[in-house]
Design a binder for this molecule. Structure first.
Ligand code: HEC
Ligand code: HEC
Ligand code: HEC
Ligand code: HEC
Ligand code: HEC
Ligand code: HEC
Ligand code: HEC
Ligand code: HEC
Ligand code: HEC
Ligand code: HEC
Ligand code: HEC
Ligand code: HEC
Length: 310
């Protein structure tokens, strides 16, 4: 009789504690609510301690089992907002809660500060991006990955000045090959909106040739590597009409003259922008010494490459 009553008290105490837990959990997920948990624990702990003195041997049916660890579904029943966050934008952090929260419900403002109970990124990732520089520290993960339950939602204000500490290659390239993209455009002017955004050239430029589709940035980048746009490179097959957009005179002259040079692309002779080839690069020594006796210049007899007299 006596022990059964005490057993009932224990059941009640545990039930009340659970109800309190649920109530607090549902009402608010704020850290400030935790002291209520503490009170609930204090009541039940005292009762349990007394009950334990006599109840060590006999096990009520209600207690005759080993409790299973909580599942994600069970955590989610109380922590519904956290669950929804991870479900919608957790990405690869859709892990079992307890893989990160190896300890939980341990927070106590007096004895266990919040910082000591929350998981540490470094446990699994180490110092992921390296330490960074004096001005841009990369060790405070939470300053950028503001929400561990949505780790890829990164406020852009936090990374605006940090680009070069992670993207050393691009930053170095832009600095080394100084152009107006270095001096007049910031990384975030192009990579705007959100991290990783790739801009189209036509957001800021028009095409300088009707033969280049202004909406196809990759065709621009064939000649202009975007981080060093003045380091122009192109292949020998590049259409002469593209050059014509800026060198109309040379183009027209060459077209007018129907010689074998007309059949060549501009790029075949000017394989590097602004480079002027020697006739001998392609023709070697075409004439005998006697023929070249009076002059050493091909142009004296042949005019210019764009305008060979027939
Ligand atoms: C019966 C409801 C309930 C269940 C189930 C539950 N929690 Fe809680 N949890 C709470 C309440 C209530 C708090 C305190 C209020 C708050 O901070 O949101 C809390 C606080 C926390 C905290 C804040 C830090 C701390 O230690 O107090 C973490 C982390 C946490 N829970 C993780 C979990 C995980 C992980 C699971 C599943 C393994 C889980 N909880 C299951 C109700 C619950
Ligand atoms: C990748 C690791 C990771 C996973 C997985 C994870 N958490 Fe967290 N969680 C954290 C970290 C880190 C914090 C501390 C955030 C902060 O600074 O407030 C935290 C904080 C919390 C908090 C207290 C602050 C808040 O946002 O309410 C609760 C409650 C919580 N987690 C519950 C859960 C539950 C429930 C799950 C599973 C559904 C889960 N967590 C999965 C890392 C994780
Ligand atoms: C318990 C281990 C664990 C902890 C603690 C942890 N992570 Fe992760 N994290 C993972 C795993 C596992 C992946 C997936 C890795 C993969 O598949 O390449 C991941 C992936 C990520 C990703 C990429 C997400 C995606 O969807 O691509 C980011 C960002 C990240 N973690 C940041 C953090 C930050 C910031 C913290 C601290 C708040 C943290 N992680 C804490 C285990 C952890
Ligand atoms: C200055 C801001 C910043 C800091 C500080 C920072 N990160 Fe990141 N982290 C980023 C950005 C930006 C990305 C790229 C996200 C993307 O791919 O969209 C990233 C990506 C990641 C990834 C995913 C990489 C991948 O290839 O998918 C992990 C994991 C990660 N960070 C962990 C950490 C950890 C751990 C810390 C602390 C030691 C940390 N980060 C500190 C900004 C930061
Ligand atoms: C803390 C490190 C970190 C910082 C700071 C950072 N990034 Fe990243 N960034 C990453 C990581 C990690 C990735 C994804 C992995 C990869 O592709 O190298 C990435 C990817 C990118 C990509 C490629 C996206 C794609 O689709 O290929 C661009 C563009 C980019 N970042 C631009 C920026 C710019 C601009 C800034 C500054 C506003 C910046 N990043 C700041 C780490 C960072
Ligand atoms: C004028 C616009 C512009 C500026 C300024 C610019 N970028 Fe980019 N960036 C681009 C474009 C366009 C691409 C895509 C290139 C491609 O597809 O080959 C790109 C690609 C990238 C990538 C991805 C590279 C890869 O291999 O996937 C990173 C990282 C990056 N930029 C970082 C930066 C950083 C850091 C800065 C500043 C130091 C910067 N960018 C300045 C336009 C710009
Ligand atoms: C966010 C705007 C922006 C985007 C996107 C952008 N540019 Fe520019 N670019 C500029 C500005 C501003 C200048 C300097 C003024 C001018 O020459 O029009 C410039 C200059 C240039 C120059 C001349 C550089 C010099 O130093 O003389 C080239 C070439 C160029 N851009 C090519 C490109 C190509 C190719 C792309 C796409 C891959 C691109 N730009 C994307 C803003 C942009
Ligand atoms: C066949 C190579 C080639 C292609 C493709 C090309 N450009 Fe150019 N671009 C050039 C050359 C050559 C210059 C002149 C460079 C100089 O002044 O030294 C130039 C100059 C520029 C300039 C500097 C300002 C000006 O108009 O003189 C901008 C901006 C520019 N290009 C943007 C673009 C854009 C945008 C595209 C794609 C729609 C593009 N380019 C495609 C070769 C090319
Ligand atoms: C057969 C080789 C060859 C071809 C094809 C050719 N060029 Fe030239 N170009 C030259 C040579 C060589 C010069 C130096 C002047 C000379 O000695 O004829 C030159 C000079 C130039 C000059 C300097 C100013 C001038 O007009 O003399 C420009 C600009 C030029 N070429 C652009 C072009 C363009 C654009 C095309 C295509 C429409 C083109 N070239 C096709 C060989 C060629
Ligand atoms: C966007 C305009 C633009 C385009 C497109 C362009 N150029 Fe030019 N090019 C220039 C400018 C600007 C100069 C320097 C003008 C000067 O020095 O008088 C130049 C200079 C040259 C020169 C040297 C001229 C000299 O007097 O020494 C040659 C050769 C040349 N370009 C060939 C080409 C060829 C071949 C193409 C096509 C593959 C091409 N250009 C496309 C703008 C362009
Ligand atoms: C990039 C190579 C290249 C350069 C540089 C070059 N040529 Fe040519 N040239 C050719 C080719 C290819 C032909 C056609 C040969 C054939 O079909 O047998 C040709 C043909 C000619 C012909 C015959 C024209 C005809 O219509 O029958 C003359 C003359 C000539 N070149 C003179 C010159 C002179 C002068 C120069 C310098 C100003 C020069 N070439 C520079 C490649 C070049
Ligand atoms: C003294 C005048 C003279 C000089 C200097 C001269 N040529 Fe010629 N070249 C000629 C004559 C004449 C022909 C034959 C005309 C014809 O067949 O139409 C010719 C023919 C050519 C042909 C065409 C050969 C063929 O098989 O069709 C080429 C290529 C050529 N010259 C290149 C050059 C080059 C390169 C130079 C400079 C190293 C040069 N020439 C200097 C007078 C000259």
């Amino acid at each position: 009789m006596k022990s059964a009553r005490k057993g009932a008290i224990v059941v009640y105490a545990v039930a009340i504690a659970m109800l309190l837990l649920v109530a607090v959990g549902c009402q608010s997920q704020k850290r400030g609510a935790a002291p209520m948990l503490g009170e609930a624990e204090a009541v039940s702990a005292k009762e349990i301690k007394e009950a334990n003195k006599e109840e060590t041997k006999k096990v009520s049916k209600l207690y005759d089992f080993e409790p299973e660890p909580l599942t994600v579904a069970q955590c989610a029943q109380c922590h519904i907002t956290v669950f929804e966050d991870i479900k919608k934008q957790g990405g690869k952090h859709q892990l079992d809660c307890v893989r990160c929260h190896t300890q939980f419900h341990m927070f106590n403002p007096k004895k266990r500060p919040y910082e000591t109970v929350i998981p540490k990124c470094e446990t699994c990732h180490g110092v992921f991006h390296g330490k960074g520089t004096k001005t841009v520290r990369l060790t405070n993960c939470a300053s950028c990955h503001a929400d561990p339950h949505a780790p890829l939602i990164i406020p852009s204000a936090e990374i605006e000045n940090a680009c070069s500490s992670c993207h050393k290659k691009e930053a170095k390239q832009i600095k080394k090959h100084a152009s107006k993209h270095t001096t007049e455009v910031a990384c975030v002017d192009c990579h705007a909106d959100k991290h990783g955004f790739i801009p189209e050239c036509n957001a800021c430029h028009e095409s300088h040739s009707p033969d280049i589709d202004p909406n196809d940035s990759t065709s621009c980048m064939v000649c202009h590597p975007v981080h060093m746009p003045t380091k122009i490179v192109y292949g020998v097959e590049t259409s002469s009409t593209i050059c014509a957009g800026c060198h109309g005179e040379a183009y027209d002259l060459l077209q007018k003259n129907r010689t074998k040079h007309t059949e060549l692309t501009c790029a075949k002779c000017h394989d590097v922008h602004k480079k002027i080839p020697d006739c001998g690069d392609c023709h070697g020594i075409p004439h005998s010494k006697t023929m070249m006796h009076d002059t050493s210049k091909c142009g004296d007899c042949h005019g210019t490459a764009h305008n060979l007299p027939s």
